[in-house]
Design a protein around this ligand. Structure first.
Ligand code: SF4
Length: 345
């Protein structure tokens, strides 16, 4: 393990000054294969509960994000742009320069106890994954979940990380006193595609094992089928394989979401497409000619196909035995804010 306090002349000093007015910044690297090439910027943040911008279509008003950047390194990640707010690179920098708000649990506990807090729903995993690899070392989520449990504050978690299983007992305890939503993000089950486009994530099957385990423990867990990637994971047989696997995991719901390509993600994804699937670059230019979203007709088609498959495989509330207070996080495993960026895992 190596410690390095930032100095004004260091290569990270620009990011240092941009880290949300944090009081201290320390950078660390760890000499373990798991964290090879990753730099952690530890900060003591001044606030941890963020308000979702009013213009957002998302059903949540408040979010908590203990990390910035994500070593899961999904090429399409919508949160890439938010790294530029820190003067950090939105490509490899997003994957490897991880900001850690080490005081997140105590800040949250303080906020939940403040007279102005009205006990509203808090969404997590909405900007970057709170169960990315860093969480295995920093262990911020247990303190966060304990604070939410102790204040009986409703919340939801969306993740691609299998590490959430570590906190299953805490999630169960919280569910006994408040509403808790859990969703796992699995956009497809194609292994070759997974290895190149989501290189730092647990395999789709391992993520579905998370759903299975939650189900076995009586905790309803939904799947956000995101993203469905045009021309790469949208063939009928691919959609069928994914929905069949989701059904086999015992998921309480499956919600498809077609790839968005917002600035930050768009450049990085297009470069990846050019390297791995150059014949698709022109088709993508046409499909996303109007901006960040695929055309409505395309989105509707995918949604219809997935819903039909879900019905065929029996995914839905009718077959679930969801405990009274735990439910799968809703269809909008929510985009997020920080400072104003909303995204989906
Ligand atoms: S999509 Fe989610 S899991 Fe993937 S890099 Fe972004 S925040 Fe991390």
């Amino acid at each position: 393990m190596r410690w390095e306090n930032l100095s004004p002349g260091s290569e990270h000093s620009r990011a240092d000054t941009a880290l949300f007015g944090a009081e201290t910044v320390t950078t660390r690297t760890f000499d373990t294969p798991e964290f090879a090439g990753i730099t952690f910027h530890e900060i003591r943040a001044r606030s941890i509960v963020n308000r979702v911008p009013g213009a957002s279509r998302m059903p949540f008003e408040w979010t908590v994000n203990p990390y910035r950047g994500c070593s899961h390194a999904c090429v399409y990640c919508f949160a890439r742009k938010s790294h530029s707010y820190l003067d950090l690179d939105t490509g490899l920098g997003f994957d490897s320069q991880i900001v850690v708000k080490t005081n997140a649990p105590e800040l949250l506990r303080h906020r939940l106890a403040s007279p102005g807090w009205r006990g509203e729903h808090i969404a997590m995993g909405t900007n970057v994954d709170c169960y990315q690899r860093a969480e295995g070392r920093y262990r911020l989520m247990p303190g966060i979940l304990a604070a939410l449990r102790d204040h009986a504050n409703p919340f939801s978690v969306l993740t691609k990380g299998t590490l959430i299983l570590r906190d299953l007992p805490l999630l169960k305890q919280a569910s006994e006193v408040t509403d808790v939503g859990v969703s796992v993000s699995v956009g497809f089950t194609d292994e070759g595609l997974w290895r190149t486009v989501e290189p730092g994530t647990p395999a789709p099957e391992r993520r579905l094992d998370v759903v299975r385990t939650f189900t076995e423990h009586g905790i309803g867990c939904g799947v956000l089928m995101a993203p469905v990637i045009p021309f790469l994971s949208d063939r009928p047989d691919q959609l069928r394989a994914a929905v069949r696997a989701v059904a086999a995991s015992g998921a309480t719901s499956v919600t498809p979401l077609v790839l968005h390509l917002r600035p930050g993600a768009r450049e990085w994804f297009t470069a990846w497409l050019g390297r791995h699937h150059p014949y698709l670059v022109a088709r993508y230019r046409r499909l996303y000619a109007d901006g960040a979203y695929a055309p409505k007709w395309y989105q509707r088609r995918i949604t219809r196909q997935v819903h039909e498959l879900a019905q065929e495989y029996g995914i839905g509330p009718a077959r679930t035995e969801t405990p009274r207070r735990i439910r799968a996080a809703g269809p909008a495993g929510p985009p997020a804010a920080e400072p104003t960026q909303l995204t989906l895992l």
